[in-house]
Design a protein around this ligand. Structure first.
Ligand SMILES: *[C@@H]1O[C@H](CO)[C@@H](O)[C@H](O)[C@H]1NC(C)=O
Ligand SMILES: *[C@@H]1O[C@H](CO)[C@@H](O)[C@H](O)[C@H]1NC(C)=O
Length: 398
């Protein structure tokens, strides 16, 4: 049963704590938390694990490095793909007054959950981007236009190649020159996360639409990503090798079979949305479809003071940039192929797509929607995300 606007479900695996903090009093909380972070950090580093990395189908962490995954995953950007910019849900269903409506209470570091991986810097960009010049902390979310955001931040930092190759895909934290929260000391982290002078922003997207978009992009058009990271399919020399790969997948990961061998081009009939939702997604925990509510630990959401919606991308981005005093200089001009557009201006024209509702209905049968909502229920339970269930879904049926 789905409870809206309730506190996040404590049985969620993501919420698991190594200890009960309430039992530890006063100053020792700090020390213990700090030591736990180091311990967790060490274990995590040794295993080459990071929160937004790909995992293999057996549930074990993939041994690939996070940064490599990121590079590969974003080879073609959202910006270049029409379907990603297209709102598949009629905009009338979207609450328009949500942006920036999260109340700002006086909070201290005691309310911060320091165990959260947002405070640690891995080789992938799970920790938020810091712009000290504009007092901005920005939580990127895969599939939510994170390419353009990083371009913007590089531009704001004065990199002249912000819109030139190779920085059209500025995802590698080792080379993109961006600042990340995990590289600062604890005092600074606390300041950025709690100071009323700072803006802490995230852009979120309707969960069902994001899942469909993940399927269309990562499942079909950029399918090499999932072949590689979810299925461990690779190019083979001989027919024999291809055959044995197929047999292996049949035994171990049946939902990967439609994607083999490497040269196969899956389509909506051979690798169906149904397979994706019912089997594939559940076995491959990936940042492109993982619920957005897992972007940070439940107790840290309340520190955000700007929540933008992908469905209102142009308007909300403008609001955010105006709030931090960066719109005129960096947002209002210089974007697009001819450098004569404002940021996300193209998204505005795309959102008028009249076929989007049809397409949504075409993929989401009632059963599939139910299954998808089960997977995504954490997003609907998170009161800061403030998503509303589709009209035709009965809360109690989930
Ligand atoms: C959440 O969304 C509803 C509309 O669905 C809106 O009326 C409400 O103001 C929103 N809450 C916040 C905190 O923005
Ligand atoms: C930008 O420039 C191109 C090429 O000169 C032109 O076709 C287009 O209409 C311009 N767009 C805007 C928004 O001015």
């Amino acid at each position: 049963m789905l409870r809206l606007n309730s506190t996040p479900n404590p049985s969620n695996a993501f919420n698991k704590r190594p200890f009960d903090k309430n039992r530890i009093l006063g100053g020792s909380t700090f020390l213990v938390t700090f030591l736990m972070m180091i311990l967790i950090g060490t274990v995590v580093c040794l295993r080459n694990v990071e929160f937004f990395s790909s995992r293999d189908l057996s549930g074990k962490q993939s041994s690939v490095r996070g940064a490599t995954v990121t590079d590969d995953s974003d080879k073609s950007t959202e910006s270049e793909r029409g379907e990603d910019r297209t709102s598949m849900i009629p905009s009338s269903t979207i609450p328009s007054d949500f942006t920036n409506a999260v109340s700002q209470l006086a909070m201290t570091d005691k309310d911060l959950d320091w165990d959260d991986t947002i405070f640690q810097h891995f080789e992938s960009d799970n920790d938020p981007v810091v712009l000290e010049s504009h007092k901005l902390l920005f939580f990127t979310v895969p599939k939510n236009s994170c390419t353009e955001w990083k371009q913007l931040f590089r531009r704001m930092m004065g990199y002249e190649d912000w819109n030139k190759p190779p920085f059209l895909h500025p995802h590698d934290p080792r080379t993109n020159g961006l600042s990340y929260l995990g590289t600062y000391d604890k005092d600074k982290q606390e300041e950025f996360m709690t100071s009323p002078e700072w803006t802490r922003a995230i852009f979120i997207r309707d969960p069902l639409e994001r899942m469909l978009s993940a399927y269309l992009n990562k499942g079909l058009s950029e399918e090499r990503y999932i072949k590689k990271w979810c299925c461990k399919i690779s190019p083979k020399e001989t027919e024999e090798e291809r055959q044995s790969e197929l047999e292996y997948l049949e035994k171990t990961n049946p939902s990967c079979v439609p994607l083999a061998p490497w040269e196969t081009q899956p389509n909506v009939d051979t690798f169906t949305f149904e397979t994706f939702v019912n089997e594939f997604m559940l076995q491959c925990n990936d940042k492109h479809w993982r619920p957005q509510s897992q972007r940070m630990y439940p107790n840290n959401w309340k520190f955000l003071n700007f929540i933008g919606r992908m469905e209102n991308l142009h308007e909300d981005a403008k609001k955010l940039l105006q709030k931090i005093g960066a719109w005129d200089e960096f947002g209002s001009n210089g974007w697009g192929k001819y450098e004569n557009m404002s940021m996300f201006e193209r998204a505005r024209s795309d959102s008028t797509n009249t076929h989007s509702k049809d397409r949504f209905a075409q993929f989401y049968t009632p059963e599939l929607k139910k299954k998808a909502l089960e997977y995504l229920k954490g997003d609907y339970q998170n009161k800061y995300l403030n998503f509303t269930l589709p009209d035709d879904v009965d809360e109690s049926s989930i």
